[in-house]
Design a protein around this ligand. Structure first.
Ligand code: SAM
Length: 220
């Protein structure tokens, strides 16, 4: 068996998407309404949603924290992978922008997971500091990249041992390896990727799905 990896091309990504469960009519409608409302279309892809749902189901996660709600798409997708509200399934999703939080709340309210998602308004670092130790089974970080080190350190306290810490955009919007990146957050992503690799008590790997997803488990 070879230890080398296949170079993943755009064609592979399209193939993966074509072989993965897509979004339902409700999420497609949500995305169209978000674009019409002037919300940027920077939500996770359908195949990343599926991958995260599978991880959450396999981990038996009940209580999930998210930083970066946007229009509520990933929060709704994650909530669908959790047990019913009566059995503790819930997503607490943190959003700085009132416009995004208002939109997400209105769509969450008419979704099939209405009782399972709470939008917590405020800056990620401020809200995370209010959450109890060992109170979540998983976290998904998908907001300002300069805040990621603080979010990680808070998640190492909030997520239970054995729980998942997922972090988006490890490939820095496709510019991770560029000599002259144009996106101002690329430097923060590079530093954060180094931090993830060095963090004691965290076992992680960057999975080449979407814009690169850190999948890690809190060990200590
Ligand atoms: C990439 S979008 C999240 C996409 C969403 N997770 C999805 O896939 O459906 C990032 C969101 O983070 C929010 N955000 C930016 N800085 C933040 C901060 N300091 N605290 C909380 N949210 C923040 C933005 O307003 C934006 O809605």
């Amino acid at each position: 068996m070879s230890s080398s990896s296949t170079l993943v091309t755009a064609e592979h990504f399209a193939y993966v998407a074509a072989h993965t469960r897509g979004e339902d009519a409700f999420l497609l409608e949500l995305k169209a309404a978000a674009v019409a409302a002037g919300i940027p279309a920077i939500w996770i892809s359908a195949e990343q949603s599926s991958f995260m749902q599978i991880l959450l189901k396999a981990a038996g996660a009940k209580d999930v924290i998210e930083v970066g709600t946007l229009a509520g798409l990933s929060a709704i997708a994650m909530a669908r992978a959790l047990p019913p509200e009566s059995e503790g399934g819930r997503v607490r999703t943190i959003e700085l922008s009132d416009k995004h939080a208002d939109f997400a709340e209105s769509w969450i309210a008419k979704s099939d997971v209405a009782g399972k998602v709470d939008v917590l308004r405020g800056a990620g670092a401020d809200v995370l500091r209010t959450l109890a130790d060992d109170s979540a089974d998983a976290a998904f970080l998908d907001a300002d990249k300069s805040g990621y080190p603080t979010y990680l350190s808070e998640c190492m306290r909030i997520v239970k041992k054995g729980g998942l810490i997922l972090v988006d955009n490890a490939f820095a919007f496709g510019q991770l390896l560029d000599d002259a990146p144009t996106d101002p957050e690329v430097g923060a992503v590079r530093k954060f990727n180094d931090l993830m690799a060095e963090t004691h008590g965290l076992h992680g790997v960057i999975v080449p799905i979407g814009d690169g997803l850190w999948v890690s488990v809190r060990e200590a």
